[in-house]
Ligand binder design. Sequence first.
Ligand SMILES: O=P(O)(O)O[C@@H]1C[C@H](O)[C@@H](CO)O1
Ligand SMILES: Nc1nc2[nH]cnc2c(=O)[nH]1
Length: 325
Amino acid sequence: MCSRDCCSKGGVSRTKDGNPCERRAEKQETDIIVPTPQSLLYPYEMIQEIADFLVKGSGIRPKIGIICGSGLGSLADLIQNPKVFEYSKIPNFPVSTVEGHAGKLVVGCLEGVNVMAMQGRFHYYEGYPLAKCSMPVRVMKLCGVEYLFATNAAGGINPKYAVGDIMLMHDHVNMLGFAGNSPLQGPNDPRFGPRFPALVNSYNKDLINKAIDISKAMGIESSVHVGVYSCLGGPTYETIAELRALRMMGVDAVGMSTVHEVITARHCDMKVFAFSLITNKCATEYSEKKDEEANHDEVMAVAKNKQKACCEMVSRLVAEIQKSL
Ligand SMILES: O=P(O)(O)O[C@@H]1C[C@H](O)[C@@H](CO)O1
Ligand SMILES: Nc1nc2[nH]cnc2c(=O)[nH]1
């Protein structure tokens, strides 16, 4: 009861004659916390400011943006004459909190092409909203990037995949999107892209075909697949029932990233190439042994072992793009 002698009925405070209590209504109004829509977290001007800082600081306008997956930070070590920016020194940039994600942005030259690589990405499970996780993709765009290379470590659900294989992504199942979460949620800024972007053909077919040719030239084609990736929120790895459900949906590999980055990149019309390094085989039988459970140490160890092949795939593909520039 408030001091005006009100009672609460059906969650609404009312005076004795049945009218809503004004004082209570006023208080409730001030108590309501309206979350900022995701798209407003990083307005265009703020992204422009970050991009200007990076272009001015490096003296480079990159054409290709690379996001290094867990344990794949060595992709950025390929870059010549690197200018390195710690995330903590970039205005309005989040910090990396996960092992295997160094938290550095490296700008320089690879195979004659200006590139920008993120040694460390941001994940939803770190507590960042999706728009914050994929904000660097928009920064890349305003720096001049036309191609996004997104890489990740993922669990292999397709029974034909082995640990250490590479899966070229040709599509995704957006589980967080199924649940109504999107980095584009909120008012749309048309300077980035349209309100309703189409996502069919998100993964550039020409780049996938070039990567297949490269895998043949490298003699690793038997361990390179083309498949469907799905991102879950993490940080838990999946239950067996979840893995079975994903398999039934046609998912070949599962991870905790990339999809929202690809959505953001396609929204601003970047060409996308993405691959998963299969760091563990997902258990789909209840009889699996304890030592077959996914764990991050294993993910990191496999990524370390396979970084050479991943690096070669990336640099050869950049060299192919260079020919067409
Ligand atoms: O950043 P990626 O997607 O490569 O990292 C995966 C997903 C989790 O961050 C981590 C789990 O081991 O690896
Ligand atoms: N969700 C998920 N992410 C991963 N990253 C590396 N392996 C896995 C996995 O099995 N599941």
